[in-house]
Design a protein around this ligand. Structure first.
Ligand code: ATP
Ligand code: MG
Length: 756
């Protein structure tokens, strides 16, 4: 490098600079959120290229997501001027793994054009293997085997290395044998699953020292972001590759390790110094992202974890606003309040791209999506499909549609064989042909075909049974509350059971989504009204814009930053999540707390945490307690905000927040009477005019229609929680017909309507 200092170095602080310029030998940057770890990595890579230490193709750089890789590439271009070509080894572990594996496929028994199996293919293959061993699929589900195999692969274990004790975990000791057979079958099919992309590359290196040596020479420098979330196989892989020169720089934060449930091992950080003797450990303590209040709130919270490496953080930014904590009557009110806040921010000139809502569980997104569509607020869901586009939601909706609208061909075809009931593609094709030639809907064609010998007996009986079920469900449409009917349909069809039997890690989340779907139906008068709403929501192209609010889970928010961050749903059982507590006890709780730390530290300027006093689970209200994490926030950095809604009196408000510091004796009981609950109850008993609060008495849902006669008049402009603004065109007891400005004319319950 010349004598003039490169401009990209001058913006770094002392420690960051050391981290960027210590190019030779192992370096570990261990530092808290927002201290510039990712920035150091990016600058380091730029520096390597700018000083001619390495060609773009000689640097291996690992990011946690593909998006992060793209961003890093862009930033490097900006730092050293111009687009950098040839950085082919900048990507996620998987994308780098597959590239190496294709080049040497034949050495591990594959061809270079091998295919990559998705989860469905993987399960199908494992099912065949389980069946070939005469094992009962019910007792030993293929999905369970799949998750054992994934676990072994994450730990770098080939079949012969699986410890005997663990092989017993499946089918009385057959686990490892089935795993070995699966690997053989993959080779015959010329296929690899996701885990193989790393495990097979590792094996390639272990069994072919010349290949390994070649890559060790090629990758003169290695860089790894989010190091705290690497798993064992990734660690072994890195260690082998860096074995020669040891020019490896890893950056991470033990407080942000949030993938333990997927096999990530934070001990990799502790091992680093042992495995790379003489490693330089650099700590960064200045946070450039968040205001002091936000940073102190996050630090105070994470201090409740034991066994941390510990670190200090400070920032030179202006004090800023305290972290806001706000209690709400229920989740719907929470979504409305956040929607209002965002509109207010927008009016003040803030861009939506700088605003994020981070949820613990994906089912929480539904309420926000519905609300944003009502408000016409553009939003994007990051790291997954929108709620109504999720596979399990589409399946469930298809069942409900066929029940209410049998002529809906798309819906019928979607679920005719889900769960699998022996109506294969050929049978469906026969039905389709009949429908086409006769010009009738599939459902009617199915009715005709089961009276003939056209289909094989098994398929015919199965289809007959399904049609019979739909007939029965349809008969209940008018007699039964639609939420109950939905539950019956999902239960009797075997759909819920299909996911209950599913042992993959995403199955519990899908079951939660199904519950949330049924829950959301409660807000509509009947099935038809609900289905109409869904079609409205699914067809929301009107919201196209480049400036959007981001909606995502806390897990996918890692490494990102936003001006304003909303953190809803901080309630015991939801966050910390009950499942994490049940399955891994204290370790589970600590991982949840790290997740909370990740959430708060995404915020640059404003962080709003909220909780609802009541969550509806199915049609039942459950009283929720504010998360223990709220109590753990240092009080001086927190401002409690009154919910500015018509029923604020029943929210927690300031008093509630204080009170929550007391009784946690039985946080999960449903009959727990919070002070707010008692106030609501007293108000209701005394006949005070309350429209939203008294939905339940003694834990039972009371039909909202029972409230009181409608106070609305024709011609009045009103606001509806779902459909937005409109004008009342007719009043019929407690039901109103309203011409909505966005949603058209609808008949709704007065109890959902209020004066703007
Ligand atoms: P996380 O742990 O959340 O991944 P991080 O340690 O990777 O955070 P970065 O994302 O690299 O932190 O940096 C946080 C913010 O601080 C970014 O906006 C970055 O541009 C800014 N930043 C980092 N270092 C400096 C610096 N020396 N001067 C100015 N801004 C900086
Ligand atoms: Mg980072």
């Amino acid at each position: 490098m010349g004598t003039a200092e490169a401009p990209y170095l001058s913006t770094l602080n002392e420690e960051q600079r050391v981290a960027v310029e210590s190019l030779d030998g192992p370096v570990l940057v261990l530092a808290g959120a927002g201290t510039g770890k990712t920035r150091v990595l990016t600058t380091r890579l730029a520096h390597l290229l700018a000083t001619g230490r390495a060609w773009p193709g000689q640097v291996l750089a690992v990011t946690f997501t593909n998006k992060a890789a793209r961003e890093m590439k862009e930033r490097i271009g900006l730092l050293i001027g111009g687009v950098v070509e040839g950085m082919q080894w900048l990507g996620t572990f998987h994308s780098i793994g597959v590239k190496i594996l294709r080049r040497h496929a034949e050495l591990v028994g594959l061809k270079s054009d091998f295919s990559i199996l998705d989860t469905d293919d993987q399960i199908r293959l494992l099912k065949q293997i389980v069946a070939a061993h005469d094992l009962d699929e019910k007792r030993w589900p293929a999905r369970q085997l799949a998750s054992h195999i994934d676990g072994w692969k994450n730990r770098g274990l080939l079949p012969e290395k699986v410890p005997a004790g663990e092989a017993h975990a499946f089918a009385n000791g057959k686990g490892a044998e089935l795993y070995a057979e699966y690997q053989e079958r993959l080779k015959i099919l010329n296929a690899a699953d996701f885990g193989d992309l790393l495990l097979e590359t590792l094996r390639l290196f272990q069994e072919n020292p010349d290949v390994l040596a070649d890559y060790q020479r090629r990758f003169k420098y290695m860089l790894v972001d989010e190091y705290q979330d690497t798993n064992v196989v990734q660690y072994l892989w890195l260690r082998l590759l860096a074995g020669g020169h040891g020019n490896i720089c890893c950056v991470g934060d033990d407080d942000q390790s949030i993938y333990g449930w997927r096999g990530a091992d934070v001990d990799n950080i502790l091992r680093f110094e042992k495995d790379f003797p003489g490693a330089k450990v650099i700590r960064l303590e200045r946070n450039y992202r968040s205001t002091p209040h936000i940073l102190s709130a996050a630090s105070g919270l994470i201090a409740n974890n034991e066994g941390r490496l510990g670190k200090t953080l400070h920032t030179d930014l202006d004090k800023g606003e305290q972290v806001v904590v706000r209690g709400h009557w229920d989740g719907e009110e929470e979504a409305r309040a956040i929607g209002d806040d965002i509109e207010a921010l927008q009016r003040e000139g803030h861009v939506l791209n700088e605003i994020a809502i981070l949820v613990r569980a994906s089912f929480q997104m539904r309420e926000f999506e519905d609300r944003f569509i009502t408000l016409g607020l553009p939003y994007r869901v990051i790291g997954g499909p929108r709620f109504y586009e999720r596979a399990e939601i589409r399946d469930a909706l298809a069942y409900l549609k066929v029940t209410a609208q049998p002529d809906n061909d798309l819906a019928f075809e979607r679920i005719v064989n889900v769960p699998k009931r022996g109506i294969g593609d050929t049978s469906v094709k026969r039905v389709r042909e009949l429908a086409r030639t006769r010009g009738i809907p599939l459902y009617r064609a199915a009715q005709e075909i089961v009276e003939t010998e056209e289909l094989p007996a098994k398929a015919r009986n199965s289809l007959k049974g399904l049609l019979e079920s739909f007939r029965r469900w349809r008969a209940l449409l008018d007699g039964l509350p639609h939420t109950e009917l939905a539950e019956i349909v999902l239960d009797e069809s075997g759909y819920t059971e299909m996911w209950q039997n599913d042992k993959s890690p995403d199955a519990p989340g899908r079951l939660d989504n199904l519950k949330e779907l049924v829950r959301s139906m409660d807000e509509f008068e009947n099935m038809a009204g609900f289905l109409e709403h869904v079609s409205l929501v699914m067809d929301s192209d009107a919201l196209q814009s480049d400036d959007k609010v981001s909606l995502m889970t806390l897990h996918s928010a890692k490494g990102l930053e936003f001006d304003t961050v909303f953190l809803p749903g901080w309630e015991e059982g939801l966050f910390p999540h009950q499942r994490a507590l049940d399955e891994s006890g204290r370790a589970g709780l600590e991982e949840e707390r790290r997740l909370a730390y990740v959430g708060i530290t995404r915020a640059k300027r404003l962080c709003k945490i909220s909780f609802a006093q009541n969550r509806r689970i199915h049609a039942m209200w459950q009283t929720a307690l504010p998360s223990r994490f709220i109590d753990e926030l240092p009080e001086s950095h927190v401002a409690v905000e009154e919910a500015a809604s018509p029923h604020a009196g029943f929210g927690w408000g300031r008093g509630g927040f204080g009170e929550s510091r007391f009784d946690r004796a039985n946080p999960f009981s449903t009959g727990y009477e919070t002070p707010g609950w008692k106030r609501a109850r007293a108000a209701y008993d005394s006949g005070e005019s309350v429209r939203h609060a008294p939905h339940f008495i003694e834990g039972e849902l009371v039909a909202r229609e029972d409230a009181e006669a409608t106070p609305f008049q024709r011609g009045e402009r009103v606001f509806h929680m779902k459909f937005g603004y409109g004008t009342v065109s007719a009043v019929d007891g407690n039901k109103l017909t309203i011409d909505f400005e966005k949603a058209g004319t609808k008949r709704v319950l007065a109890s959902f309507v209020e004066r703007p």
